[in-house]
Design a protein around this ligand. Sequence first.
Ligand SMILES: [Zn+2]
Length: 217
Amino acid sequence: MDHVERSLEGQVAQAVDAWLRWLPRWEPATHRGRVAVCRRCLGSPVLSAAGLGTDVPHGVAHGLSTRIKTIVDHAVAEYTSRNLPMLQGELDQQTERNRARSYRPTEGLDPEFEGMPLDPEPQPGAPFLFTLGGMADEAAAVVPPLPPLSDEAKAALRQEVGLADEYANMIGREVCTILLGHRLRIQAGVSEFVEPQVTALLDELTRSLDSPFDATE
Ligand SMILES: [Zn+2]
């Protein structure tokens, strides 16, 4: 674990560096669509370890949670390829299948967009004619199903999935501990580049709410 720990420390520091370099380019969203809840960020232990609370705009938090998730995913992928041959075989087959899919809207995105909900929340009574998620599902549906596994193979695979899961949890906890050490500079970045924009936005909102009364004074 020792060399893994040290390597994680370096990777988390680099991820925070990259996020801090991106932060000055962040701007509040100009349109106010109702967007589906982001499952990656909602209640994320990574974000609470980083000190990014619910008062921080989602786009800001998402850029960091995604960069950290990439680190965890890589660590788990490496562990799997070294120790879990059945699961690795299964993943290789899935990769093969994904390559065969024609429409893959969730791949090759920048960390700020990767994993964002694809479509806005549907309004009751007004369904979308098509959604990006729906198109990706259809593209997945035309790929033929995998050959069935024997019961024995299924049990072995389930055990390996459990091990991968345990490892992912361990790495996740480790990464959160490391992030605690970066809280101050994360907070400094938010204070410098995010808070002024949020304050300006709120001021503008207050002014536009106040203006009807200004006219009567
Ligand atoms: Zn998110």
